[in-house]
Design a protein around this ligand. Structure first.
Ligand SMILES: Cc1cc2nc3c(=O)[nH]c(=O)nc-3n(C[C@H](O)[C@H](O)[C@H](O)COP(=O)(O)OP(=O)(O)OC[C@H]3O[C@@H](n4cnc5c(N)ncnc54)[C@H](O)[C@@H]3O)c2cc1C
Length: 327
């Protein structure tokens, strides 16, 4: 570009005769760099989400992931609960192994689907006795292809579960929030009222569904504040390494996939190395934009793969701690 600018005469009237590239350069928008933070500033708070493995190979993958991310000293790590409560035992076993074998603080996901209040109480007490103090309380999704039907003797909504858990013990409770509105909500306002109910019932923070358009999350924060919600609304970050899979997930959970994201991944279907680099740039740009907007807590959907999360945490200024620091 520089040589074409030098080679072409600007003419007597300057800009009027300048080539389009020069005019754009001289008069078009300028973007300043995103502010960088020094690693001497306090790093953001991170949490990592894992899913419980259903085979020995996946178990090995999960534990490689946990060991890789452990030195980053996240505030907590959470373990999901399969649709319809299908992973109850595996979630429990994973959470307990985290308690026994790591320095990490675990958070167990717990859902209402298919569970009576007495059943939920039994699970919650088991966690409390094992030293687990943090629960991510969710309504949960029914098995694929079936509508959600509350258990006759259970909790209909996540807010009811939060209230139940608060009565059982002094749990730290996180709940879900939806910057693009939960797909079953009657309106964005009704969904926001529901989030407020969950926090009023005893939750101390919300973790959002993932989103790709940063402005969507920032506007959601504005709406939360306007609704009187002051608890932390931690952005859920999904580093996308498999675009086709992300499109499928997003259709199910109501997260929109912007056209530019598809265009960035176009042509990388058979090129995993380029795909990973694109994925790292997309996620890094997202977290840096959020950080520049004052966000200092992040929740990563790791999908039990550590590398992207580790690299993005590094970009955010998080450095591994040695064992003595963590202990
Ligand atoms: C961070 C995070 C972690 C997740 N982890 C899991 C997991 O481990 N396992 C799993 O199965 N799913 C998980 N999910 C998905 C979640 O379970 C689904 O999105 C589920 O459909 C809604 O759960 P919720 O807790 O948000 O439900 P709720 O807060 O109960 O809301 C569900 C819907 O009901 C509406 N609603 C709530 N109360 C009322 C009321 N009184 N009257 C009318 N409408 C009402 C809400 O607006 C919303 O549309 C997770 C989601 C997030 C964001």
């Amino acid at each position: 570009m520089a040589s074409s600018l030098i080679d072409r005469p600007a003419g007597r009237s300057g800009l009027a005769a300048a080539p389009a590239t020069l005019e754009r350069w001289l008069t078009g928008p300028r973007f300043g760099p995103l502010p960088s933070r020094s690693v001497r500033e306090p790093p953001p708070l991170l949490s990592f989400e894992f899913f419980p493995p259903k085979s020995e190979a996946l178990e090995t993958q999960l534990w490689t992931c946990i060991r890789r991310l452990e030195p980053l000293a996240p505030r907590f790590v959470s373990v999901t609960y399969g649709a319809g409560g299908s992973t109850q035992e595996r979630t429990h076993a994973t959470v307990l192994r985290i308690v026994r074998e790591t320095s990490l603080v675990p958070a167990a996901h717990l859902t209402c689907v298919g569970a009576s209040s007495a059943g939920i109480e039994a699970i919650a007490r088991r966690y409390w006795e094992a030293g687990v103090r943090h629960i991510v309380a969710l309504r949960g999704d029914p098995p694929p292809g079936t509508p959600y039907v509350p258990h006759r003797e259970g909790c209909a909504h996540a807010a009811d579960l939060v209230a139940l858990l608060s009565k059982i013990a002094d749990f730290d409770i996180s709940v879900a929030a939806y910057p693009e509105t939960h797909p079953e909500a009657s309106s964005p306002g009704a969904d926001l009222d529901n989030l407020k109910r969950k926090l009023d019932a005893g939750a101390s923070r919300a973790i959002t569904q993932y989103f790709f358009d940063t402005a969507v999350y920032l506007r959601f924060l504005d709406r939360c504040l306007a609704a009187g919600i002051t608890a932390p609304i931690v952005p859920g970050i999904m580093p996308v390494s498999n675009f086709a899979q992300a499109v499928r997930f997003s259709a199910l959970c109501g997260a929109s996939v912007p056209g530019w994201l598809g265009e960035l991944f176009e042509g990388t279907e058979n090129d995993p190395e380029t795909r990973r680099m694109v994925a790292a740039v997309v996620a890094a740009e997202q977290v840096r934009l959020l950080q520049a907007n004052g966000v200092d807590e992040f929740h990563f959907y790791t999908l039990n793969r550590p590398d992207l999360t580790y690299a993005i945490a590094h970009i955010l200024g998080v450095r591994p701690r040695v064992a003595a620091d963590i202990g």
